[in-house]
Design a protein around this ligand. Structure first.
Ligand SMILES: C[S@@+](CC[C@H](N)C(=O)[O-])C[C@H]1O[C@@H](n2cnc3c(N)ncnc32)[C@H](O)[C@@H]1O
Length: 583
């Protein structure tokens, strides 16, 4: 069975790659998008499938007279119909939908018979549009349910019920959604009947994965790549270098599986090391990044480096005041701390974002998601202005997205019929996902940036957005505003290579630049080797801190668990934990 699962996986991946390659020559084909959605869903990626089902719907909207890509969408639809394949392909997709939906829905075929699409004239396009739209809605709704985006699923299902009142599948989805929502609110002790629709759950977790087709990820352990990282490191930290290091796999550590040496597994990662001795109190790294996000009024922080701006009241656009604060002359909405930041912004990202509203305001519950989303927008703008693929940006290229390290040949599961046992093919899900943040908003902003989202699918696909989010979630630093909400975020790629210890040898400070300084005094705890002194010796690893190291062990571990991927096992945590449990 295992061998045949491996074969099924390989076959499905090969088919997916073929369809992805077809995007270059058929970017406006709605049928191709639906085939892609089916292929992703059969591989356990309902999130990626939702992205293509949504693009199919956008393409069908383009068939409307006067739409921006009307001619292209019309000619793609006509050539799909002329190929004589579209009826058969649509049937296959509908068959997949019927087979993969729950038993309760399985009886409700999306259509009762062959959707015979006439092969000539406007009537053919009109008929195809209806049939394809029905399937695109059904796929999108099924995938949104799979991903826990119930509010968005309900929204699309209500639209589908109006447009296709005779299609039983939407009535079936309606009842599934009602049941799921009722169960959700019952488990929270709320009554579903009194909850406002805005409160409906609309996000879930998806696979956090180095996608098998992602060929932008460099081999971070090759000497060539490490040399390249060290060339960049030399510019911001002349006494430091990056090397390969073995770190314990923390997700495997639990109290039931305690930390005795034979239970610990190690993985290769990168870390930062001293190239020479460094005295205590010395600044050893100063890194500036343009990959920053501000979710507060723009006059508070420099849009480029995120440093706090002096009060900019009465600031004249373009004018340079005694404070050196400058505003963008065109949109008059973003401010910079210096001429250097203004120039960097204009040449690296702002020209495509100038005047575009990024939707910074948020409810307290959403504020960290909004910061990640703003980082995504900044990455897309940096890529667009520099004509690069977002995953090749220097700010992101070498960052490891903390992907699951599972071997898909073993983790991916299907039953004897080739059907997935759960929507994710039984592969673990740890990446937060929502229709809004991972599909709708990025595409919407790209359109405002005048990017053709159909022709540039290979740069701006849902899997690319997911990979970017994976990279941010492991490395972005955030800062809270006066009301306690996160309001600043940034990725400093070299600083973020330093690993964590609750007995760190450096402190860090982020005000525009990110800085590492060697500690003048080490943290006070009784179990440390008494010979250890502040400062760094040549060859020492630079140990940063991902939590407040003044806290007791339990609180420290809780704080750092997200950034570390598991409970901290540094020597201080192990020693203090043992002390507490021996008392
Ligand atoms: C910001 S990255 C640090 C750089 C990373 N080592 C690399 O190779 O790019 C954070 C990740 O490093 C690993 N890490 C950092 N400190 C660690 C520690 N003390 N023990 C185990 N893993 C650690 C965890 O996998 C964590 O998710």
């Amino acid at each position: 069975m295992e061998g045949s699962v491996g074969r099924i996986l390989q076959e499905r991946l090969a088919q997916l790659r073929e369809l992805q390659q077809g995007l270059t020559s058929r970017p406006y084909s709605a049928i191709l998008r639906l085939q892609l959605a089916k292929a992703y869903r059969e591989l356990g990626y309902p999130d990626l499938a939702a992205g293509d089902a949504y693009k199919a719907l956008l393409l069908l909207d383009e068939l409307t007279e006067g739409a921006e890509y009307h001619d292209e969408a019309l000619s793609a639809a006509q050539s799909d119909i002329d190929s004589g394949q579209s009826t058969h392909l649509l049937e296959k997709i509908n068959h997949h939908l019927s087979r993969s939906t729950s038993t309760e829905q399985a009886n409700h075929r999306i259509s009762s018979g062959r959707e015979n699409i006439a092969r000539e004239g406007n009537d053919a396009i009109g008929q195809a549009r209806i049939a394809w739209s029905k399937t695109a809605h059904a796929l999108l709704i099924a995938c949104l349910i799979d991903c826990g985006c119930l509010r968005s699923a309900l929204d699309y299902n209500n639209r589908a019920l109006k447009s296709f009142p005779a299609a039983a599948i939407f009535a079936s989805y309606h009842s599934t959604l009602n049941k799921r929502l009722r169960l959700h609110f019952d488990s929270e002790g709320d009554s579903f009947d009194f909850v406002h629709i805005d409160e409906y759950p609309d996000k879930g977790l998806v696979r956090r994965e180095l996608y098998p087709w992602n060929d932008h990820e460099p081999d971070r352990f090759s000497s060539e790549i490490i040399e390249g990282i060290n060339d960049d490191m030399a510019v911001v930290a002349s006494k430091l270098e990056v090397k390969v290091v073995e770190l314990p796999v923390l997700s495997a550590f639990t109290r039931e599986n305690p930390s005795s040496a034979e239970h610990i597994q190690y993985v290769k990662q990168l870390g930062v090391f001293a190239k020479e001795d460094v005295a205590p109190g010395e600044i050893i790294l100063q890194e500036k990044s343009l990959l920053t996000a501000v979710s507060r009024l723009h006059e508070s922080y420099c849009d480029a480096c995120s440093t706090t701006l002096p009060s900019s009241r009465n600031l004249q656009p373009g004018s340079q005041q005694h404070t050196d604060t400058l505003a963008c002359e065109d949109c008059e909405e973003v401010y910079y701390c210096s001429e250097e930041c203004l120039d960097l912004a204009q040449t690296h990202y702002h020209s495509v974002l100038c005047g575009i509203s990024l939707g910074q305001s948020s409810t307290p519950k959403e504020s960290s998601d909004i910061l990640y989303r703003l980082l995504l927008i900044r990455a897309l703008a940096l890529a667009e202005v520099q004509g690069m693929h977002p995953l090749d940006l220097k700010e992101l290229r070498y960052i490891w997205g903390d992907y699951h390290g599972l071997d898909l040949k073993e983790a991916f599961k299907v039953d004897s019929q080739g059907l997935l046992q759960d929507p994710f093919g039984s592969v673990a899900q740890t990446l937060p996902f929502s229709f809004q943040h991972n599909i709708l908003m990025p595409l919407n902003i790209l359109e405002k940036m005048d990017v053709n989202i159909f022709e540039n699918s290979l740069h701006y696909d849902t899997w690319v957005f997911n990979t970017l989010y994976s990279k941010f979630r492991g490395t972005a630093s955030g800062r809270h505003g006066p009301d306690g909400r996160p309001e600043l975020g940034a990725v400093h790629p070299l600083w973020s290579i330093a690993n964590h210890s609750c007995d760190p040898n450096v402190t860090w400070e982020w005000e525009g630049n990110m800085e590492f300084r060697t500690r003048e005094h080490l943290v006070d705890w009784a179990g440390r080797n008494p010979d250890r002194r502040p400062g760094l010796r040549k060859g020492d690893e630079v140990l940063s801190h991902y939590c407040d190291v003044r806290l007791p062990v339990k609180e420290r571990r809780e704080w750092a668990i997200g950034a570390l991927g598991g409970e901290c096992m540094c020597s201080r945590c192990l020693w203090e934990d043992a002390q507490e449990h021996n008392q």
